[in-house]
Design a protein around this ligand. Sequence first.
Ligand SMILES: Cc1ncc(COP(=O)(O)O)c(C=O)c1O
Length: 391
Amino acid sequence: MLMPVPKLSASPKPARAKPDSSGVENLIRAMLKKHRTPFMLIRRSVLERQFQRFRKCLPEVMPYYAIKANPHPRAIKAFVKLGAGFDVASASEMKLVLSLGASRDKIIFANTVKSAEDIVTARRRQVRMMTFDNEPELYKIAEHYPGAHVLLRIKVGNEGSMVNLSLKFGADPEDAHLILRKARSLGLVPTGLSFHVGSQSKNVENYLQALEISANIFNQAKEHDVSLRIMDIGGGFPIQHFEDEIGVNFERMAAEIRKQIRRLFDKKVQFIAEPGRFLVGPAGVLVTQVTGRAFRGNKNYYYLNDGVYGDFSGMVFDHCKYEFKTLRRGQTFLSALAGPTCDSFDTLSLDVEIPELYVGDVVYVKNIGAYSSASAVANFNGFPPAKIVMV
Ligand SMILES: Cc1ncc(COP(=O)(O)O)c(C=O)c1O
């Protein structure tokens, strides 16, 4: 497959690789003795830390881990142990979390358009809670899972989010009360609302406005005798992909969300969320090695053993940029990094500032646990994606 070379980070100044002081490099050196590259370290302590941060800052909101971000069984098991709920997007994700010990009462089937077959699986596994955003879906759910508990996903602002998730999904809030009554008339249980402000949303206004719109719908529904009890505030909580990235302050954001929840909602309303990136992103460290180098266009090109078809797939599907680091120290030069496939599209950066590297040298990336291995293509050009190593 040959595609045009992607437009890479037109950043005003080249990305400068900085040495890391967090102890990650010692961990990488130790793991290099045991594992061949590429490998992705998932640090359990960071999963736990992120979960506890979420619980501490938003104590009234139960996180349902969106496993699409990283469905590795050991990450899921870690969240089961922590008492998290789970957001699944398909029957296969549902079966996976159930097989790893998740409770069916703490799973939300959060895909607003589901196949009839997947709805039947939900019924058989008694996973009652699911989202929808359109009337034809309601008829389908009513036929295959009478009595299911449905949450209406509404369309909300995604301004400033890295990935817009309201283009394809979400009912118009103005239609909400009619569609919720329709759900009831079809024998379903209209249970609540959900929204998604877009992934990596640094803009807290998205949440505040979405909560305001939702609270109005809760009140309106009550006037029509539809009593909603669950408010799902979705995912989108941001992380720092770069160490000096500004504008990401989860604690401050959570405090404002909390204030808005208290101001607008009855105490009896239960809150859940569907964080993916926030819980697993910071736990991931991808470790690759240089397999070759060439001098082109006045700079060194280093070819790594992982690329955009592998664990850097987030550059394409997640619109993500990464901070490349090296174990080697020394004077830095403007350089390019490329993946291993025969495709020019498989280029990672044209302007990274790194020391001169040699075959076998390590290039690693932190904060890459979400939407990376999950969307990697297995074996394109015969290159397998990174093995995941839980530490
Ligand atoms: C329905 C739904 N919930 C939750 C998530 C997780 O979002 P994030 O990783 O931004 O927290 C996504 C991401 O695509 C989603 O589509």
